[in-house]
Write a protein that binds this ligand. Structure first.
Ligand code: AMP
Length: 216
């Protein structure tokens, strides 16, 4: 199985597809957003700074994200991984290639989930999350919680993400649009890029991804 770098605009379903890959194939899921939110939750001074940036929809410092990913990958001992939400800048993509080379990891594919801005807006409006990490969408039958406002998995109350508001979304989408072209070219030139359209049923997307990750 190939390691996966999952690149996508906000609310394209990175988390949902990652969860499927973890459950079906035993991937370790590394979400850069989650790693950063862990630093925020620690309540440190750095955490407070990061929270402000995340809530505004801007990107946190490149070098910090690279350090976080390097440290995380070192703990894996060869287990297949899926990295979601990283790289988000060309600089990160280049630095990540170096980290992967350092760790002798060459078996990977960059999957770009393709979604229009209009569709992303709709998804953001309906997204609810649980503190256990599970994500829902009240406008999508397949992603609705069984009981309104309650997590299927752990029973806790669902909330909106602090950064799922119109202003932050606009910034996050613009940041994505500005940065994606060079990242896409970077992986395309290495023959590592696969683009998957995600304005479809979750299972269809998952089966496309399953085809891509098989080593042949
Ligand atoms: P996510 O959970 O992937 O939507 O990420 C939430 C927020 O965390 C983003 O809007 C950024 O503020 C920050 N973030 C996540 N990944 C990165 C990254 N690779 N580089 C910089 N900031 C990031």
């Amino acid at each position: 199985m190939k390691n996966v770098i999952l690149i996508a605009p906000p609310a394209a379903g990175k988390g949902t597809q990652s969860e499927l890959l973890v459950n079906k194939f035993g991937y370790v899921h590394i979400s850069m957003g989650d790693l950063l939110r862990e630093v925020v939750a620690s309540g440190s001074e750095l955490g407070l700074k990061i929270k402000k940036i995340i809530d505004s929809g801007a990107l946190v410092d490149d070098d910090l994200t690279i350090e976080l990913i390097r440290n995380k990958l070192k703990t894996l001992n060869g287990q297949p991984f899926i990295v979601d939400g990283f790289p988000r800048t060309f600089y990160q993509a280049q630095a990540f290639a170096q980290v992967l080379e350092e760790l002798n990891i060459d078996n990977y594919v960059a999957i770009l989930l393709n979604l229009s801005k209009e569709d992303a807006v709709k998804r953001i409006a309906g997204r609810l999350i649980c503190k256990c990490g599970k994500s829902y969408n009240i406008y999508d039958e397949a992603l609705k919680p069984k009981v309104e406002g309650v997590c299927d998995k752990c029973g806790a109350s669902l909330v909106k993400r602090d950064d799922d508001n119109v202003d932050s979304f606009k910034t996050r989408y613009e940041v994505f649009e500005t940065n994606i072209a060079p990242i896409k070219n970077f992986y395309e030139e290495q023959g590592k890029l696969v683009v998957i359209d995600v304005n479809r049923a979750i299972e269809e997307i998952a089966s496309d991804i399953a085809r891509v990750i098989k080593n042949d």
